[in-house]
Design a protein around this ligand. Structure first.
Ligand code: ATP
Length: 508
């Protein structure tokens, strides 16, 4: 068999359709029309997500001597979020369209003056996408044509709505209506979900669903130091749900309102070389993404400009991934100084200092924070792995196959066990025996329904790296099986011992 890719670039429509068709991701509360920004993970999706989490936990916590894990509560004392700055500042700039009642994030709403022969004759707007500038240019050309304005149109100069001058705001058209005059000035919208703890519903009972897991590590810092036998430099890691009332959840699971984070706070001495440590963590994270199957070619680094950093931040670098909708943040690695521990020390009155035995010095440690979203990795591996191919069988017949090239480390099913024929007891009995044995260590799938080629296709589509077929040679000759490899579609004979050795080497 040979394969040729027929799809030049994967589309989000194809990913969303596959996710639904094969039970990776569903809309939350779908039978009630869904709830925007919330998703459910189906049978294969929950396996894939668990594998991403487990790989991260194993590599980040269990296989390192300098990182320990915790699991802190989702609802924490509200003072945590005052001290961290989230109550005052965890906001996005919100713009309302008074006519359509649509809401936009100001930094995702772009506009440009339409300039003809050096004169501004109006404004155009477009929502952020991978072709914002082209959309604005097309809108400017259409504006000029409709108004029958003669003269030379200047190229558009896109700015986002947070940069609009007060006198420009009434002139910028709403993306919903196409008409100016209905957009409000941006106002700060706090993204934390509020709830109440206990039977009272007044302001004294207000609490928040955490918008990040990181504060758990800062608040528990002293407890871990006192009980965890840790010495600087060391990290505290956590995986868990976070909640943000995003103004415009979008791009499927890329930006949702309930999502899962994997964060680690790496504490270092106040006079450690933070820059080198920061760089080492950026590279560690990049290599980790490659180890779960993301192609290096889809990854890039973005260093936040100094003038956009918070005053306490020494530097932030994002690992970006090329999604079908553009290059977007996947993993942020921030050097945060000792801001967070100092804030909590001041607000709680409890010292957050660390006593260094070697130097006999007491200080508040500094921190490097790699923070990544499980759902964004999930989406990245689907997008990078998805392909539609024309495959030729041995007789030269061409057919289509959809294949998901997932790393064996994270694939939801590692091996499919297939008896060649359904109605031959000797074949099915041996297949079931192998299936049960594999099942004790790995997620495996038993399938006896349909032609063998069709069964291979079903596994290709869900990313199963290997299929094992039990055939007559297995039961009548040397006991070996046919091992069929997903990506190359090559087949070879393999013993049971070698199959287990292969899995041991590839699934870790
Ligand atoms: P963005 O700029 O995309 O909103 P952020 O810089 O606010 O992200 P962080 O606060 O640094 O994100 O969160 C750390 C990580 O958590 C992000 O790199 C991303 O992988 C993930 N994440 C953040 N917000 C969301 C969301 N709404 N949905 C899914 N994942 C998210």
């Amino acid at each position: 068999m040979s394969a040729e890719s027929t799809a030049p670039a994967v589309t989000m429509d194809a990913i969303v359709a596959l996710a639904k068709r094969r039970g990776f991701v569903f809309q939350s509360s779908e039978i009630y029309g869904g709830l925007n920004g919330f998703f459910d993970y189906g049978p294969l999706g929950s396996e894939l997500k668990k594998n991403i989490r487990d790989c991260w936990w194993n590599d980040m916590v269990r296989r390192r001597d300098d990182v320990v894990g915790i699991e802190s509560s989702i609802i924490m004392h509200p003072k945590v979020w005052e001290a961290s700055g989230h109550v005052a500042g965890f906001t996005d700039p919100l713009v309302d369209c008074k006519v359509s009642k649509q809401r936009y994030r100001a930094d995702q709403l772009f506009f440009s003056p339409v300039v003809v022969d050096g004169q501004t004759v109006g404004y155009v707007s477009a929502l952020e996408s991978e072709k914002t500038a082209a959309d604005l240019q097309a809108a400017a050309e259409s504006f000029k044509r409709k108004k029958a304005i003669q003269g030379a149109l200047a190229p558009v100069a896109p700015r986002d709505f947070t940069e609009a001058k007060p006198e420009e705001i009434p002139l910028i058209p709403s993306p919903a209506t196409g008409e100016p005059g209905s957009l409000t000035e941006p106002r700060a919208f706090n993204m934390m979900f509020e709830t109440h703890v206990g039977p009272m519903r007044d302001s004294s009972a207000v609490a928040y669903l955490r918008p990040e897991t990181a504060q758990g590590m800062f608040v528990d810092f002293k407890n871990v130091v006192d009980t965890g036998r840790v010495k600087l430099p060391f990290g505290i890691a956590q995986i868990g749900k976070s909640f943000r009332n995003e103004i415009t959840p979008r791009n499927f699971i890329f930006r949702s309102r309930e999502f899962e984070q994997m964060e680690m706070e790496y504490f270092i001495s106040e006079d450690a070389d933070w820059d080198t440590c920061h760089k080492e963590w950026i590279e560690w994270c990049r290599q980790w993404l490659i180890s779960v199957g993301l192609p290096e070619t889809h990854l890039s680094l973005y260093a936040h400009p100094k003038e956009k950093l918070a005053f306490y931040s020494k530097g932030t670098v994002d690992i970006m991934f090329r999604y079908p909708f553009g290059v977007q943040e996947l993993w942020g690695i921030a050097a945060r100084g000792n801001y967070d521990l100092t804030q909590h020390a001041n607000a709680s009155g409890k010292p957050m200092e660390y006593f260094d035995e070697a130097s006999k010095k007491k200080f508040v440690p500094h921190v490097i924070e790699p923070a990544v979203g499980v759902d964004r990795i999930f989406l990245a591996v689907l997008c990078a792995g998805y392909a539609e191919e024309d495959v030729k069988d041995d007789k030269g017949n061409v057919e289509k196959r959809t294949v998901l090239r997932l790393s064996p480390r994270i694939a939801p099913v590692k091996v499919a066990v297939l008896p060649l024929l359904k109605n031959k007891d000797a074949l099915t009995a041996r297949a079931k025996e192998l299936y049960r044995k594999l099942q004790r260590r790995y997620a495996v799938f038993y399938d006896e329904a349909g032609a063998i080629g069709r069964r291979y296709r079903r596994q290709d589509e869900i990313g199963t790296p290997w299929c094992v077929t039990i055939d007559f040679e297995t039961i009548e000759k040397d006991g070996t099986f046919t091992l069929r490899e997903r990506d190359s579609m090559t087949q070879k004979r393999i013993t049971e011992a070698d199959l287990f050795a292969l899995l041991e080497a590839q699934v870790f």
